[in-house]
Design a protein around this ligand. Structure first.
Ligand code: ATR
Length: 276
């Protein structure tokens, strides 16, 4: 039996076992996917012993993504760009790492808002954490000419901009309404909008009618930010699709089948998430 898991600290909240459990059943694979709580002090030991413990690989969530990147011998482009990994597997006995958040976000954007790339405008990103890095990398790879990053702590936006170079511009959080007015895509990568947190607090009436508005928050399924954009007639992209798509490459590496993200999977995972 092939085994994989997701590690984090804490880990109870993770929906990854629902996703991989759904696919294991659907494709009739003799495999397992479990949650493992790994204390930050134990993460290197756990990753070194992954093969010996019988795992084909694992997903990695907060706060272990940077440690996972450092522990790996082979890293894909996105893990290198983000300096963090969320998916690990063994390749000829060596630990290999990817950051599939880039793939997950960009694939979902393509599915939910086809043609977004034909609207030749800057991308605007709210937030400058690990998720923002993965998404900025995705837009740069997709050929977007300018990415504007708005962050409450301006230095973090500046760090991110200097990491990626001239096509990324650091902007003040207070300028988010004004400087995203000409954006082709606006993405919230902050935790604002998550149940119990505050709201993005941004008027969307300055956005062009072709602007696509995306959120990576998926609890609730439709955030206030997205509901406001939808009410203004804008195309919106919910965060859950990114979570589903980012799981695809790991499942294929561990279990040998490239799984499909479809309505059934969306329903299975969204059943576990409050609607508003
Ligand atoms: P992740 O790696 O998941 O992206 P993170 O590194 O904790 O998470 O980043 C969270 C993002 O949400 C940051 O951009 C953070 O802004 P700061 O860099 O200023 O901390 C943003 N964020 C969190 N709470 C916020 C708030 N109340 N107002 C504005 N931005 C907030």
């Amino acid at each position: 039996m092939k085994r994989a898991c997701v590690i984090g600290w804490p880990i109870e909240h993770s929906r990854s076992p629902i996703i991989h459990g759904h696919w294991l059943k659907r494709y009739g694979i003799d495999g397992s996917y479990t949650k493992v709580a790994v204390d930050p002090g134990d993460v290197d030991r756990f990753l070194c012993g992954l093969a010996e413990a019988g795992y084909a690989g694992c997903n990695v969530t907060i706060p272990h993504k940077e440690a996972a990147y450092r522990a790996a011998t082979l890293c894909d482009d996105s893990a290198v760009a983000v300096e963090a990994a969320n998916t690990l597997w063994l390749e000829d006995g060596k630990l290999a790492a990817a950051n599939t958040d880039t793939y997950g976000f960009m694939t979902n954007l393509g599915v939910e808002a086809p043609g977004w790339e034909t609207y030749d405008r800057p991308a605007a990103i709210l937030g400058a954490g690990g998720a923002a890095r993965a998404i900025v990398h995705g837009f740069l790879q997709a050929g977007v000419g300018e990415v504007r990053v708005f962050n409450r702590t301006r230095e973090r936006a500046e760090e991110l901009a200097s990491h990626f170079g001239a096509r990324v511009r650091a902007c003040d959080w207070s300028q988010r309404e004004k400087l995203s007015a000409e954006a082709g895509v606006l993405v919230n990568t902050t935790s604002l909008g998550l149940k119990g947190e505050g709201s993005v607090g941004m008027a969307l009436d300055g956005l062009g009618e072709r602007c696509v508005v995306a959120d990576i928050v998926y609890v609730p399924l439709e955030t206030v930010f997205l509901a406001e954009a939808r009410q203004r007639g804008l195309r919106t992209v919910r965060g859950l699709g990114m979570l589903l798509h980012q799981a695809v490459p790991g499942f294929e590496k561990w279990f040998g089948v490239r799984p499909e993200v479809d309505g059934e999977l969306f329903a299975a995972v969204s059943a576990d998430i409050p609607k508003s």
